[in-house]
Design a protein around this ligand. Structure first.
Ligand code: IMP
Length: 178
């Protein structure tokens, strides 16, 4: 089987680009039905969600606003639990329908923190759209309205996701070999 070596880790193919694009289209269709009249604000969490966001947002056939926010929480393969939201892009969210676009929900700390911060801006609704989720790693129940794939608690790269800033450009998703 093809493998990929990044630093000390070997990765193997996991979710291919065709599966990702089929699933992304399904999510776009679901959104078109649910969000069509709502002019949502998409908050894209940088950096990992940039590829997913670019593909998903171009499939939407309704008016929306797109903003980018940066949250840093990972060092290597460990979620650090320390967060920085580096953005002045959280203004004028009162009464808006917000959809957070994430690459992956792991422990759920990041998304929970972002939701807490957003709630102080008095939006009408806050929803989550994530390409991937690791339910067995969630620290508390997390409602994900639009989810690409549930995966086991394994480290993945590609399609925007990185290991030490490498692998984001891979068109498919790869998982670390035990
Ligand atoms: P959480 O706060 O533990 O849910 O972590 C969320 C963030 O950690 C994601 O936005 C990713 O940037 C990063 N992350 C979590 N799991 C992975 C993974 O398997 N590969 C790459 N990045 C990951």
């Amino acid at each position: 089987m093809t493998t990929l070596k990044i630093d000390d880790y070997i990765f193997e193919p996991y979710i291919d680009r065709l599966k990702i694009s089929e699933r992304t289209q399904v999510l776009a269709n679901e959104m078109a039905q649910a969000e069509f009249d709502k002019k949502p604000v998409f908050l894209v969490i940088m950096t990992g969600a940039y590829v997913f966001a670019a593909d998903l947002l171009r499939l939407l056939d309704f008016t929306c606003e797109v903003r980018f926010i940066r949250v840093k929480s990972y060092a290597g393969m460990q979620s650090t639990g320390h967060f920085q939201i580096e953005s002045d892009r959280l203004e004028n969210l009162e009464d808006r329908n917000i959809i957070i676009l994430e690459d992956i929900v792991d422990t759920g700390r990041t998304i929970t923190k972002i939701k807490e911060v957003l709630a102080t801006k008095n939006p009408k609704t806050i929803q989550i759209c994530s390409l991937l989720s690791k339910p067995s790693a969630h620290l508390s129940p997390i409602d994900i309205q639009y989810l690409g794939f549930e995966i086991p608690d394994e480290f993945v790269i590609g399609y925007g996701l990185d290991y030490n800033d490498q692998g984001r450009n891979l068109p498919d998703i790869w998982k670390v070999k035990p």
